[in-house]
Write a protein that binds this ligand. Sequence first.
Ligand code: NAD
Length: 504
Amino acid sequence: MTDLQERSLSLLAGLGVDRTQLAAGPLAVRSPVDGSLLAELAIAGPAEVASAIGMARAASLAWRDVPAPQRGELVRLLGEELRAAKPQLGELVSIEAGKIGTEGLGEVQEMIDICDFAVGLSRQLYGLTIASERPGHRMMETWHPLGVVGVITAFNFPVAVWAWNAALALVCGNAVVWKPSEKTPLTALACQAIFARAAQRFGQAPAQLNQVVVGLRDTGEALVDDARVALVSATGSTRMGRAVGPRVAQRFGRSLLELGGNNAVIVTPSADLDLAVRGIAFAAVGTAGQRCTSTRRLIVHASVKDALVARLQAAFAKLPIGSPLEAGTLVGPLIDRQAFEAMQAALVAARAEGGTVTGGERVLVAEFPQAFYVRPAIAEMPAQTATVRHETFAPILYVLAYADFADAIALQNGVPQGLSSAIFSNDLREAERFLSASGSDCGIANVNIGTSGAEIGGAFGGEKETGGGRESGSDAWRAYMRRATNTVNYSRELPLAQGVKFDV
Ligand code: NAD
């Protein structure tokens, strides 16, 4: 048994995961830290998925009649359990997904934050009262639970995305069936054990309100195709969303898609370059460039380009790359060999398109022959080529120069994805233009901070090939409920709308 396997088994046991689940089938789970095998899990086939949905459906029928503020109490307890489990779950995220320590812990903090948000929300699921045109009538809208929410998640936020969905779905009166990434199912089993403790403390909430189905794409497809799943909230690549969206639409289900990004930072001549270097470096290389909001494109005014690129190259050259479990590391591993090969292919293509690349090479090969650590790359490009327009899920920062501000906005918007964007500028006109209707076309547009690291209070998601969904804060809860418009007649007459007469 490797050290990491031993450590993860001990963390999983401490978090309450039954050991028999960890040597139960063909799904090999490996750590990106050193490539070692952590566990072998059973895969849920169509019958298991159908049964999980059936249990969730039954649980949702009782749960929908529990008053929303009481449902909030379950989520409050979940937040408490997460607070208690934070060090262990954070470390497990680092082992399974390769995130550095503070990011693993930060991910759990994000789960706690969304629980707190959802507890407050449980008393604020407001509908409108609407003026009726008819005397003695009142109109209003009420919001009701949907039933079962299917949640499909990506490897790079293995637990937070579940919490974003589950905390809202639960206070909204739904049950959840979760298909985690096949690359990170252990943290999902840990979350299920944590949830079970909260449900037990709550008393009347069935543990079946949250189900985990582990597996590959077919397991996800079984969830997607089941008509009992009212909403499919799917986070992952645009390729996945292109498959999932039409399948859910085919059966008139709802989908909430959170897909790939190709996020840009614009740096204008008036920008504070110290701030820009720090903001861009964190967003470009944090999580080894494996965030949906990672900065992938730098669109910089020609007058500051050389100075900024030189500073970024110097910062990238001395980044501490290494095991995410060691203090001081800022750049951990790529998730697997496939991710490494996709990065190398993108760099070859960028060079062929006229780009000049620094960095990008594999490092620490002797120490970690079975894992994939890379030095983040900077690729100065002559134009926004096909490779730049594609999301490669690795730390590559493409640099494009601009002369005219309108061109900078056109470049920013000139990609198929529309998740996150930022501008570094001290020119109020440029900053406001960037945020205006004719500015950034993304779901997230920031000023003087980078593209990644969103807080849970705002709605999260993006446009175009990013899928259009919104999760987390603001009024994202509405996606997890159905709206009923009610008209109540408290008069003795029956007037019809629009002056229609129909006397019988
Ligand atoms: P992926 O698309 O390979 O897998 C995501 C999930 O979808 C996995 O659980 C997978 O098993 C499942 N899946 C794949 N095909 C499916 C299908 N046809 N039917 C049902 N389920 C299917 O993504 P990944 O490599 O795990 O994650 C990286 C991608 O996710 C990047 O593109 C990144 O930008 C994106 N992402 C987006 C957000 C966001 O909020 N917009 C957040 C995190 C990650």
